[in-house]
Design a protein around this ligand. Sequence first.
Ligand SMILES: NC(=O)c1ccc[n+]([C@@H]2O[C@H](COP(=O)([O-])OP(=O)(O)OC[C@H]3O[C@@H](n4cnc5c(N)ncnc54)[C@H](O)[C@@H]3O)[C@@H](O)[C@H]2O)c1
Length: 437
Amino acid sequence: MKICVVGSGYVGLVTGAGFAEMGNDVICADVDEDKIAALERGETPISEPGLDSMIARNVDGGRLRFTSDVESAVADAEVIFVAVGTPQRSDGGANLSAVDAVAETVAKASKRECVLVLKSTVPVGANERVSRIVRNATDHPIHVVSNPEFLKEGDAVGDFLRPDRIVIGCPPDDGFARDLMSRLYHPVSLKTDKTVWMSPQSAEITKYVANTMLAMRISFMNEIAALCEKVDADVNDVRKGVGSDRRIGPEFLYAGPGYGGSCFPKDVLALVHVGREFGMPLELAQATENVNQRQKGVMLRKLKQHFQGDLRGKKIAIWGIAFKPRTDDIRESPALTLIDGLFAEGASVAAHDPEAGDEARRRFGDTIQVVDRPYDAVKDADALVLVTEWRQYQNPDFGRIKEAMRTPFLLDARNIWSMYGLRKQGFAYTGIGVLGS
Ligand SMILES: NC(=O)c1ccc[n+]([C@@H]2O[C@H](COP(=O)([O-])OP(=O)(O)OC[C@H]3O[C@@H](n4cnc5c(N)ncnc54)[C@H](O)[C@@H]3O)[C@@H](O)[C@H]2O)c1
């Protein structure tokens, strides 16, 4: 099948390379000429496990190409995926200007009957809006379908090739689009049919509800962690006790520094905004966001508390800048809130991240010291904050850390060191809602 993916970011590249892997003829287009030039040189602009090799394999096999000429790329495609960004507007709603621009280009440039698939996360009504843009611009048959993406950064390739489900929002009477989408996803549905068919509106809502529900679990556990600290309970034990209930399950129950990334924060707010637009206040979603805002300040509050409110001249080491492990994505990462707060309080920062160092240098310039080895960050530090739970931070040499630090204070914002007896080893230790030892 001839596929064009417009937008070559986290979602677009994984989608394009994934469909090429299934034998399709794919072209990935993007208006960012630098990004396309890098891809053409064989460089992958994002860090995502397994993506480099999947791209290389399919480029070598002649099934995957890149271009910044979006018009030519869409002209002959049978399926066109829209995977451009839908960032947050100042009122919380989703900015659809890039989606609209792609719809206009497709209407103008497409030369064959095709399916235009909205993979970007878009609010209710976006499918109808794009259909209208296309109808107003051309009589040419372009079928608009919603197919939200559920991949997780860090596991995106696996999620794409082995998805839990494939949600397709398609009008029931559109046989052309239904047939084409069924054939397209057939390879990942061979064992079990993963497709869940629904109306475009239901598909649009499904994506926002999935992200908001996950975010809600995190915010709820962060609130419970704060309660645990008041009553001498341990949120790790509570998590295990609660998550072993099969009706609840163990995922997304980890207390921490608040959720970040390019999706949860904006999607929760976008759902709140949709509710407001339709006169339906979504109070749980709003509370999820409010709790998260407060939680993103928890690390700074704990540092200030430890240093009697005065962080001036303190050197704080940070392990982990990405919003989660196995990605270089720092968008909305709690680490950014912490670093900004530390600078405002007069502290200095030395930070390490296995993948996101360059992104941090771009964001903070030389105001921050980004080091290549984790132990270089702790040298003469007054505190070490574990922000992102990369595997390599999970079992470090605490003796070496203690020797290198000026004062041995560990703030473990992911609660992964709580069982190591660190207080007995001479550290001041605190986590998020855990007793420590
Ligand atoms: N990142 C994720 O984990 C994830 C998961 C599921 C869904 N989504 C959703 O998928 C969409 C894309 O997210 P992303 O993280 O891949 O974004 P991204 O910022 O990594 O990539 C978007 C790309 O679109 C390009 N672009 C913007 N306007 C364009 C235009 N008019 N024509 C062609 N290209 C254009 C940009 O240059 C950029 O390369 C968003 O709606 C997001 O909410 C993201």
